[in-house]
Design a protein around this ligand. Structure first.
Ligand code: SF4
Ligand code: F3S
Ligand code: FES
Length: 254
């Protein structure tokens, strides 16, 4: 379906009015109660140039088919709940403008890959969070509780600043071909969150985390494919973080 500019009779949209156009979304559907396998359904929506894919999904759910299921919460790129494959790439639906994803053709929307689909665009995130929990994503300190704030220099903070930006959306892990092959690999998101603490000068469990990632399903399975860095909606240098963890394992310097 071609995107059609909908102009009011008699010419261009009045000044200040955002032009609208019709766009087709081709959405992967799966209802475990009735379907044996997934199939695609098409929907047409009237979109504005400022609309995001999430707005189109809302329009479909609220006005055409209330059974369409997807996750979202903040709608502003903060909670990480609406990662999905949009035209074959992992993106957050709330951060993806329709006009930026070739609306002249049907826009394909599918669940992220490598995790079991529960319904439509909703996947089971538990395997993803299991790997995250395994790397101990919290500050570990020994000894007595400090009586004053644990100070840190700007240089020390800069060491892990990039990986603090993770919102656990899973876009990286579910774009990784190694993760697709068997789902046992810890995956880039877990490594990013291990990195965040391994290189934190206040933390005292770096050795433990490194040993966890020294596993056969740990950092050494990364083939430096870079899909994860490309997929990250927060712009985290994911592959670089993985390389830094590998180096720390070899040198024991962190
Ligand atoms: Fe999402 Fe980026 Fe965190 Fe991966 S590293 S879970 S893509 S925010
Ligand atoms: Fe996978 Fe990223 Fe490594 S896509 S192979 S974790 S560089
Ligand atoms: Fe929260 Fe998109 S809905 S990140």
């Amino acid at each position: 379906m071609t995107a059609v500019a909908e102009k009011p009779a008699g010419g261009a949209a009045p000044a200040g009015e955002v032009p609208s156009f019709t766009v087709t979304l081709r959405i992967q559907r799966f209802n475990p109660e009735v379907d044996t396998e997934a199939h695609y359904e098409e929907y047409q929506v009237l979109a504005h140039a400022t609309d995001r894919v999430l707005d189109a999904l809302h329009q479909i759910k609220w006005e055409q088919d209330g059974s369409l299921s997807f996750r979202r919460s903040c709608a502003h790129g903060v909670c990480g709940s609406d990662a999905m494959r949009i035209n074959g790439k992992n993106r957050l639906a709330c951060k993806t403008l329709i006009k930026d994803v070739n609306p002249d053709k049907p826009i394909t929307v599918e669940p992220i890959k490598g995790l079991p689909v529960e319904k439509d665009l909703i996947v089971d995130m538990e395997p993803f969070f299991d790997a995250y929990r395994e790397v101990m994503p919290f500050l570990v300190t020994n000894g007595n509780e400090p009586t004053k704030e644990r100070l840190q220099s700007q240089a020390d903070k800069d060491r892990f600043d990039d990986t603090t930006k993770c919102i656990l959306c899973a876009a990286c892990t579910t774009s990784c071909p190694v993760f697709w092959t068997d789902g046992q690999y810890f995956g880039p998101a877990a490594i990013v969150n291990a990195h965040r603490f391994i290189f934190d000068s206040r933390d005292e469990a770096a050795e433990q985390r490194l040993e966890i990632l020294n596993d056969k399903e740990g950092v050494w399975r990364c083939r430096t494919t870079f899909n994860c860095s490309e997929a990250c909606p927060r712009g985290i240098q994911v592959t670089q973080a993985i390389q830094e963890v590998k180096r720390a394992l070899l040198t024991r310097k962190f």
